[in-house]
Design a binder for this molecule. Structure first.
Ligand code: ADP
Length: 303
């Protein structure tokens, strides 16, 4: 019996957003709007997305002993995430400093802070969480050696979902554990390098050759493609919606897919559900604020 449907191991960031008329050049100062602070970071986003859908979810992450850290953990608890695995201290909470101009273009500086201090020893100390989790989801906003320790810590029978964002080449040990590896086009290019091929079907073939048990390629408004080693390549259409803000859509998609896989759905079934979750998320502003409940997803027709 598993206590958690999903354990998310990853980052928690405070997103500090200022709207500006023009993004500043070198040496320049511009005045902007009042500061808006939003809970973010891929790990924190995924945990909130899963919990809001009803998944029993735990987060293993590190924040600083500061106001941003408290804001982030409050947002987790408000969504129903178990924060017993949240670690505090070692560095300031990670922040993303974001300026957005009227056309929506942004400039972002990320200070990983405490995310960069989430260490392999923290993963080893959380062995009981790994034993209790049916599915484990991880991304790359924490040190790669920590991600590798997550792979080594998986309980027998539990499943790993990896979204390699921000992307970098991955060691074979990590790639071989992914079931699935979830990538967009940019991430696919970094992971597979040259020889990716032209179509998403080709990308999936190139990625599978690197060792993951399965691959999901997300294609924004064009949906997704799922591929298992021995199986066919299956296209999952998106749900047509009026997108207002795609921030966090990939995190919502990944969390939903991971949860549904743990419930025993096939990769294609889980991706179809995840596409509905992603579709709702893009119709609303923000990241965590935009993630739907299961009841809200139920109102969205299947793609
Ligand atoms: P990422 O943010 O990681 O690049 P995507 O933009 O591909 O991820 O979004 C993840 C999923 O969310 C897509 O596979 C799709 O199902 C859904 N989605 C994203 N953008 C849209 C959109 N404009 N309309 C409908 N669904 C979308």
């Amino acid at each position: 019996m598993y206590d958690y449907d999903l354990l998310v191991v990853g980052s928690a960031n405070a997103d500090l957003v200022v709207r500006v008329e023009r993004r500043p050049g070198a040496g320049e100062t511009v005045l902007g709007s009042d500061l808006a602070v939003h809970p973010g970071g891929k790990g924190a986003n995924q945990a909130v997305a899963a919990a809001r859908l009803g998944a029993r979810t735990a987060l293993l992450a590190r924040v600083g002993d500061d106001g941003h850290g408290r804001l982030l953990l409050d947002a987790q608890r408000a969504a129903g995430v178990d924060t017993v695995g949240a670690l505090v201290g070692g560095a300031p909470t990670g922040v993303a400093l974001i300026t957005v101009d009227p056309s929506g273009d942004n400039s972002i500086v990320v200070s990983p802070g405490a995310n960069g201090r989430l260490a392999p020893a923290d993963v080893r100390a959380a062995a009981s969480l790994f034993q209790a989790a049916r599915v484990v989801s991880v991304q790359l906003e924490i040190p790669l050696e920590t991600v590798a320790e997550v792979v080594r810590s998986l309980a027998d029978g539990s499943r790993l979902v990896l979204n390699p964002s921000p992307p970098r080449p991955l060691p074979p040990e990590v790639l071989a554990a992914c079931d699935p590896l979830i990538v967009n086009e940019h991430e696919a290019r970094v992971i597979a390098g040259d020889g990716l091929g032209d179509s998403p079907e080709d990308w999936a073939t190139a990625l599978l050759a690197l060792g993951p048990r399965s691959v999901v390629v997300t294609l924004g408004a064009a949906g997704a493609l799922v591929a298992e080693r021995a199986g066919p390549r299956v296209r999952v259409p998106s749900v047509p919606v009026e997108a207002v803000d795609t921030t966090g859509a990939g995190d919502a998609f990944t969390a939903a897919l991971a949860w549904r896989l743990g419930r025993g759905e096939s990769l294609a079934e889980a991706a179809r559900y995840a596409a509905r979750v992603g579709a709702v998320a893009v119709t609303r502003a923000g990241a965590q604020e935009s993630f739907p409940t299961a009841a809200e997803v139920a109102e969205v027709a299947a793609p």
